[in-house]
Design a protein around this ligand. Structure first.
Ligand SMILES: Cc1cc2nc3c(=O)[nH]c(=O)nc-3n(C[C@H](O)[C@H](O)[C@H](O)COP(=O)(O)O)c2cc1C
Length: 328
């Protein structure tokens, strides 16, 4: 049993989110209470080709442990070799296999969610990776199925019980649903009741009430939080405190929020892969917009953030917002 799933610990996972859950953001979420983090997915072939961006995406600091590294691909042998290389070079706490990505550029390669249409190949990949990395636990992440007519999560979960995987994350939507609509937790719940494998539930987890209900009334072993954590990394400790004490801490004040955002931007800009951009933060705008979208005057703020290019401009926006908030 994975150590963080022992004794009904009910861990909160930060979901892997490409282009958002970089090493600095994972560190931030971990500091704010995430129990387990997973890197954004990298293509097995890119790992084997030693592409520099892969190593940047998988970079981590020791305080992020336990950390899972996620790979995707369609060839069992290549997936196994990539897992071996990661095990050897980066020593993750677990390797996670992506069978849920709905993006055309992934499914057209017969990878990600398209493997839900080919469960026997999906199982081949899992078995091949599990055999290749005996020293590292392997987990998988799936969706319910390709579409409503093809819900295969229960069948896959049953098969995976015999594959020595450490846990299965189920995103309660189909590929066709993409990211819209509510997650169908009744299906995840039923799977968790019927299979031996620890099931991590995922899909629209937004508040502590929902998490408490899942923990107290289902056999689901933990939850994974995606978009709700992108704008608000504090969600983890808020949920945890509610689970432990029944009361929720007050949200962070505006100063804490802005200081966190500026510190995040500074740390990310200092990453080796970004240093040649010096202070340029154009590429970071979507992340900054997510982090501020529930703030007062968010429409204007969005406009301001869309027009900044340098860190000093971000500091100016932050100072201006804090001043406005204090005098409001
Ligand atoms: C921008 C973005 C990038 C994502 N990248 C990945 C990824 O690399 N690997 C993965 O397994 N899921 C990825 N996902 C899916 C999330 O991990 C999660 O399953 C999904 O967002 C549902 O959870 P939520 O409703 O809490 O957001 C991504 C989602 C988003 C929004």
């Amino acid at each position: 049993m994975l150590p963080w799933l022992q004794n009904n610990q009910f861990p909160l996972y930060l979901a892997p989110m490409a282009r958002y859950t970089d090493t600095v953001y994972r560190q931030l979420c971990k500091r704010e209470g995430a129990d387990v983090v997973v890197t954004e997915f990298v293509m097995a072939e890119s790992v084997l080709a030693d592409e520099p961006q892969v190593w940047e995406n998988l970079h981590y600091t020791e305080d992020q442990r336990p950390i899972g590294m996620q790979i995707f691909g369609s060839n069992p042998k290549t997936m196994a070799e990539a897992a071996q290389l990661l095990e050897h070079r980066l020593k993750p706490d677990f390797i996670d296999l992506n069978f849920g990505c709905p993006a055309e550029k992934v499914t057209c390669q017969d990878a990600g969610a398209s493997l839900l249409k080919n469960p026997s190949k999906l199982i081949d990949i899992v078995e091949s990776v599990v055999d290749a990395v005996p020293g590292t636990p392997v987990t998988a992440k799936i969706r319910l199925g390709w579409d409503d007519q093809n819900i295969v999560a229960m069948d896959i979960a049953r098969e995976l019980q015999n594959c020595r995987v450490g846990a299965l994350t189920i995103h309660g939507r189909t590929k066709v649903q993409g990211y819209s609509g509510e997650g169908r937790w009744e299906i995840i719940r039923e799977i968790a009741e019927r299979v031996e494998l620890p099931i991590i539930g995922n899909g629209n987890v937004k508040n502590s009430r929902m998490v408490k209900d899942i923990r107290d009334n289902t056999a689901i072993a933990g939850v994974m939080i995606g978009r709700a954590a992108l704008g608000y990394p504090w969600i983890f400790n808020e949920i945890k405190q509610h689970l432990e004490t029944g009361t929720q801490p007050p949200p962070p004040d505006i100063e804490t929020r802005w200081n966190t955002i500026v510190a995040y931007a500074e740390l990310l800009s200092a990453r080796p892969a970004r240093q040649h951009h010096t202070e340029q933060i154009k590429w970071m705008r979507p992340r900054l917009i997510k982090l501020t979208k529930d703030m007062r005057g968010s429409k204007k703020l969005r406009h301001d953030l869309q027009n900044i290019t340098y860190l000093h401009q971000l500091r100016e926006v932050a100072a201006d917002q804090m001043k406005k908030e204090l005098t409001a």
